[in-house]
Write a protein that binds this ligand. Structure first.
Ligand code: 13P
Length: 253
């Protein structure tokens, strides 16, 4: 059975103290949530303190990006996966659509970052998702397939144990427009069959595929009811501990 993952991407929100405060609120609100893995992704400057303050809890901490380089060196502005591991992170979000759209992320850099993440022993949350024109022209699966092929290129079956896929249709991010559970399920099923083709059914059956795009306490239940949806990557609704904990505790009602 795949253990669901509910992850909160805090994007470029929250100064240090506010991030710590929200993390601590969340820590107590989800203390009894054993049905899923809970992950939050604060900004770089808050990572170390948040990791320290969540020690011994069931909340894991993710970074939102990492360097493609793995060796220390002259890479101004970059933070390596090894440094994120050193700060206490267990996950790294890689290839988020905002990085692809606005910061020049490519399938090639996603692949390098994913390898760097795995090399440091962390779990990669690799994001894929089509833009609105791709969906409208019937190319959504083709685009997602290309992103998976490029981003996961060269990974082995054992690498796949530390890969989580997040499907985030770009047109559903921050827009209030969620993909219908049926639309999301269709793409999740497609992603799982892609993994089965590359790495076999057993690996595909074990890989967690998260949905992201306007997930809220009100719609998490119907999304989680879908066979191939194994959790969520939540933006806006993860910024408040109260609303994020309701999403985490979707199983209670
Ligand atoms: P929203 O939940 O705000 O739509 O953001 C989704 C997202 O980009 C998570 O990574």
């Amino acid at each position: 059975m795949r253990k669901p993952v509910i992850a909160g991407n805090w994007k470029m929100y929250k100064l240090h103290d506010e991030a710590v405060k929200t993390a601590l609120e969340l820590r107590s609100l989800v203390a009894n949530a054993n049905h899923c893995e809970v992950v939050i992704a604060p900004v770089f400057t808050a990572l170390k303190t948040v990791c320290d303050r969540l020690e011994g809890s069931n909340v894991r901490v993710s970074a939102q990006d990492c360097a493609t380089e793995t060796e220390q060196g002259a890479h101004t502005g970059e933070v390596s996966a090894e440094m994120l591991n050193d700060a206490g992170c267990s996950h790294i979000i890689i290839g988020h659509s905002e990085r692809r759209q606005f910061y020049g992320e490519t399938d090639r850099s996603v692949n390098l970052k994913t390898r760097a993440c795995l090399k440091s022993g962390l779990t990669a949350i690799v994001c894929v998702g089509e833009m609105l024109p791709d969906r409208e022209s019937g190319n959504a699966e083709k685009v997602v397939k290309e992103q998976l092929e490029g981003g996961l290129d060269g990974l082995t079956v054992s690498d796949m144990e530390r890969i989580i896929i997040a499907y985030e249709p770009v047109w559903a991010i921050g827009t209030g427009k969620t993909a219908t559970p049926g639309q999301a399920q269709e793409m999740h099923g497609f992603i799982r069959s892609f993994i089965a083709e590359k790495h076999g059914k057993e690996t595909a059956d074990q890989t967690r595929i998260l949905y992201g795009g306007s997930v809220k306490p009100e719609n998490i239940g119907e999304l989680m009811d879908q066979t191939d949806i194994d959790g969520a990557l939540v933006g806006g609704a993860s910024l408040s501990a109260e609303s994020f904990s309701k999403i985490v505790n979707y199983n209670l009602g």
